[in-house]
Design a protein around this ligand. Structure first.
Ligand code: NDP
Length: 489
């Protein structure tokens, strides 16, 4: 059994509580690592280290170009430890290796390089005030200490999306991963030792939301919170941050619709829809979990969908031929099964799946790809985020009805449109209430393009220039060249 320490002030530390908790491998259901149970004392050590690094250490005095070089070195460190990082994340949360490794190799390492290059291009503006004796200009400045709270489904991805822009902008950071999947973030800290950043710039505390997360987001020295998680968790954290008026970015849940029109290419669209939910077992914030089918294509589409879903192979997330891995932790596994049980009683038709299963060799937490048809927009199945391999299929007749059903949700993270009519697609893309809209594809992302939510799916953006802007505040400087200041009275 691996026993981890937490990382703060440039050191690997034992939790002051002296306590650890188990991390379980979702493929086997067995404990494989011990994670430090940090509390407010450990959080205070980490935040004060980050504060010192920002205000007293070399980090705050570095030129933007020097900072860029450092951030680039973090990308190099991830590149040379990518195998180990992917192995640990798969072991910890059951995410398929084929979903982690290519992402690390391409856009996660790229994220450091992209923001490293941006570090010395954060130009302010000279404002045309119209006053000849005034020079008014703006500067983009970091906040100071950032608290970054991450979810269990993709800890590395979520952490890197925050780390790279936050650091390139000049902040220091304290990360708090989910209690259900902390190991890959701690491994990331080990990898970062190669980059030799000044002490205290990056810190990670582990533990429970209430014991480690709350002291972090309420700490007086933290000036910015970047949170990824559920709507409930986000609302609580935003409320706590509001007490000391901290700047907050919220990346929250979704119940994203996929709109399929009669003229869509059937086979490609079925693949796109299945790929948009099942491979990560539905445990993706942008999973396309509501499928809206136009009446003319409904029967043929469902038939093909069931055929493709039946081909999915559940199994070891390390194996290249596994289509769907396990549910990441036991608590969530039971939650997904409870959603399915409620859906069975709701009047919707269970077209396939719905059961917990154990593929050969596994003793963990697997759920079959599950499809409910005849779903109506008022059912909890169509409204609640399940975050599992459960697809709710609904019927519509025309564009306006599709749009009405799609927008009838508290969430607004992503949406998919499948049609050969590009005029219709662009019109709907403008009218859908979602932070990301895919047309004839689903699930793509890259470092350069912003992601984030509308409505209760959150606010603020990650990736792209907007992802950098969220870690900066703007100062307006007024300089007068007037020889005389007017007497006020
Ligand atoms: P939670 O909201 O339960 O937890 C998220 C993080 O917040 C965890 O680290 C958790 O710690 C911590 N936390 C919980 N309560 C508090 C608190 N009171 N104060 C401080 N920190 C706290 O979400 P999940 O981990 O269950 O993640 C799944 C959710 O994340 C889904 O809704 C999914 O859609 C969303 N998500 C959104 C993404 C996006 O980019 N929009 C990307 C990925 C996921 P602990 O686990 O120890 O309780």
């Amino acid at each position: 059994m691996e026993t981890y320490s937490y990382f703060a002030d440039g050191k690997w530390l034992e939790p002051t509580s002296g306590e650890y908790f188990d991390s379980e491998n979702p493929y086997s259901g067995e404990a494989w690592a011990q994670i430090p149970r940090c509390n407010e004392k450990d959080v205070d050590i980490a935040v004060r280290a980050a504060f010192r690094a920002y205000h007293e250490g070399p980090w705050g005095r570095m030129s933007p170009s020097e900072r860029g070089v450092m951030v680039r070195r973090l990308g190099d460190a991830v590149a040379s430890h990518a195998d180990r990082l992917a192995e640990i994340e798969t072991c910890d949360n059951g995410k398929r290796r084929v979903d982690i490794r290519p992402g690390l190799d391409s856009w996660l390492i790229d994220s450091f390089y992209y923001y490293a290059g941006m570090a010395d291009k954060l130009e302010g503006s000279v404002i045309p005030t119209g006053r000849s004796e005034i020079l008014n200009y703006t500067r983009h400045e970091p906040f100071g200490v950032v608290a970054a709270i991450t979810a269990w489904n993709s800890p590395l991805l979520i952490a890197i999306w925050k780390l790279a822009p936050a650091l390139a902008a000049g902040n220091t950071i304290v990360l708090k991963p989910s209690e259900y999947a902390s190991a890959s973030t701690l491994e990331l800290m080990k990898a970062f030792e190669d980059a030799d950043l000044p002490t205290g710039v990056i810190n990670t505390v582990t533990g429970f939301g209430t014991e480690a997360g709350e002291p972090l987001v309420t700490h007086e020295l933290v000036r910015k919170i970047s949170f990824t998680g559920s709507v409930e968790g986000g609302a609580r954290v935003a409320g706590l941050g509001a007490k000391t008026v901290k700047s907050v970015t919220m990346e929250l849940g979704g119940k994203s619709p996929q709109l399929v029109f009669d003229d869509a290419r059937l086979a490609d669209t079925v693949h796109g829809v299945c790929g948009g939910i099942f491979p990560p077992a539905g445990q993706s914030c942008i999973a396309g979990s509501r499928l809206l089918l136009q009446a003319g294509i409904y029967d043929a589409f469902v038939e093909k969908l069931l055929e493709v879903a039946a081909r999915a192979k559940l199994g070891d997330p390390n194996a290249a031929d596994t289509s769907i891995g396990p549910i990441a932790n036991k608590t969530h596994f039971e939650r997904v099964l409870a959603h399915i049980e409620r859906a069975r009683k709701s009047g919707a038709t269970l077209a396939c799946g719905g059961n917990a299963v154990n593929p050969e060799g596994a003793t963990g937490w697997f759920i079959e790809p599950t499809i409910f048809t005849d779903v109506t927009p008022d059912m909890p199945l169509a409204r609640d985020e399940i975050f599992g391999p459960v697809l709710a299929v609904m019927r519509f007749d025309n564009d306006n009805e599709a749009l009405e059903i799609a927008n009838d949700s508290n969430f607004g993270l992503a949406a998919g449109i499948w049609t050969e009519d590009h005029r219709r697609a662009l019109d709907l893309a403008n009218r859908l209430e979602a932070g990301t809209v895919y047309i004839n594809n689903y699930f793509d992302a890259c470092t350069q393009s912003p992601v984030g939510g509308y409505k209760q799916s959150g606010y603020g953006r990650e990736n792209g220039w907007e992802g950098m802007r969220d870690f900066l505040q703007t100062k307006s400087v007024w300089l007068s060249t007037a020889r005389k200041i007017q007497a006020p009275f």
